[in-house]
Design a protein around this ligand. Structure first.
Ligand code: NAD
Ligand code: TYD
Length: 339
């Protein structure tokens, strides 16, 4: 059988590992090469369900390393690329932006150049709704919304999107960009809102809510995002952008209260802390295009998926205890102490 040879970058992170586990659990027409630098956010434990599969290999390496990327394309005859690799956390991009531009911009450029040379059949750039900036109380982001990124993180992702689309326009590289809203689910690194609040609540620690807690994010379960990426991989049109979202707008404070309620912890654990500089007020995504043109739609109800996620963190304490007992402690102290 002819395999689809797919290079997945950043496949040891939250979304990438869920994607690999999802794809390998149901398809045997793919061969996956996972190239990941294993930064603080990369964790091979996430890939336990896939590591023994014959159609899967892991390579530890940096997407900014031209020579290595060339070697990987050549050795595995890569024909499909899905670029998840990124520095992904807004707060870290405020603490230090350089690595964001190095990985998210230069790294994407290295992959695009290699993809040109090796004439890949598809290059999926995994992006975010944060490239559109912040919304007022009304309206939704569509694919035509002008880019207006506000954080070093989102500006680096917007730069990568534009670069990828320019390679489509100028060189005819078969590029597709997907822009998804905020994900949640198993294996999400505890720096992000939902796992951070679940873990702090379990540990009876304060829950640091930025500003007034009324910022709105549009949440999607990671498996729905992954199903959308699979749809785009199989049926997406080259040169196009697809927004991905599940229409679950929630205020941060309501998410935090839901988590406390489910864990039967008191609301007195909530602590309002100094706001994030440049904090985007509201994100909300219109995914009409991917629904009407490619037939994807989300299948997980928000309440069920968040309860499942909370249960996952309850049952997988050893996974996150190892994380929060290491370098994470220093990060947490820097960001949250005396805030
Ligand atoms: P993550 O931080 O959990 O994982 C990122 C992975 O990339 C890690 O495994 C890390 O080791 C790897 N990586 C980082 N720098 C690398 C480099 N130079 N070379 C090779 N590997 C490197 O991130 P995530 O939440 O899984 O996000 C994955 C992608 O999806 C990112 O591109 C992000 O911008 C995008 N995205 C995320 C969300 C979200 O809610 N988390 C929403 C929309 C889009
Ligand atoms: P986050 O998970 O960092 O995603 P993003 O900023 O990329 O949307 O944050 C989600 C929302 O939660 C955002 O409005 C910031 C807020 N937040 C807090 O209030 N406290 C926290 O400790 C964190 C990490 C986030």
């Amino acid at each position: 059988m002819e395999f689809k040879k797919i290079l997945i970058t950043g496949g040891a992170g939250f979304i990438g590992s869920n994607f690999i586990n999802h794809l390998l659990s149901k398809r045997d027409d793919v061969f996956i090469v996972n190239l990941d630098k294993l930064t603080y956010a990369g964790n091979l434990e996430n890939l336990k369900p896939s590591e023994a599969k014959k159609n899967y290999v892991f390579i530890k390496g940096d997407i900014t390393n031209n020579e290595l990327v060339n070697y990987v394309f050549n050795k595995y005859n890569i024909k499909y690329v899905i670029n998840f690799a990124a520095e992904s956390h807004v707060d870290r991009s405020i603490l230090g932006s350089e690595i964001f531009y190095r990985t998210n911009v230069i790294g994407t450029n290295v992959l695009l150049e290699a993809s040109r040379r090796f004439e890949v059949e598809k290059f999926l750039q995994i992006s975010t709704d944060e490239v559109y900036g912040s919304l007022g109380p009304n309206g939704l982001f569509t694919e035509k919304t002008p880019l207006a990124p506000n954080s070093p993180y989102s500006s680096s992702k917007a730069a990568a999107d534009l670069m990828a689309l320019s390679f489509s326009h100028t060189f005819g590289l078969p590029v597709i960009v997907t822009r998804c809203s905020n994900n949640f689910g198993p294996y999400q690194f505890p720096e992000k809102l939902i796992p951070l609040m679940i873990i702090n609540a379990i540990n009876d620690k304060k829950l640091p809510v930025y500003g007034d807690g009324l910022n709105v994010r549009d949440w999607i379960y990671v498996l729905d995002h992954n199903r959308a990426i699979e749809t785009v991989l199989d049926h997406g049109k080259n040169g196009e952008i697809y927004n991905i979202g599940a229409s679950n707008e929630k205020r941060n404070i309501d998410i935090v209260k839901l988590i406390l309620d489910k864990l039967q912890k008191p609301e007195s654990l909530i602590e309002f802390v100094k706001d994030r500089p440049g904090h985007d007020r509201r994100y909300a995504i219109d995914s009409t295009k991917i629904k009407s043109e490619l037939g994807w739609k989300p299948i997980f109800a928000f309440e069920d998926a968040i309860f499942e996620t909370i249960d996952w963190y309850i049952k997988n304490k050893s996974w996150w205890e190892r994380i929060i007992s290491g370098d994470y402690k220093k990060y947490y102290k820097t960001l949250y102490e005396n805030r």
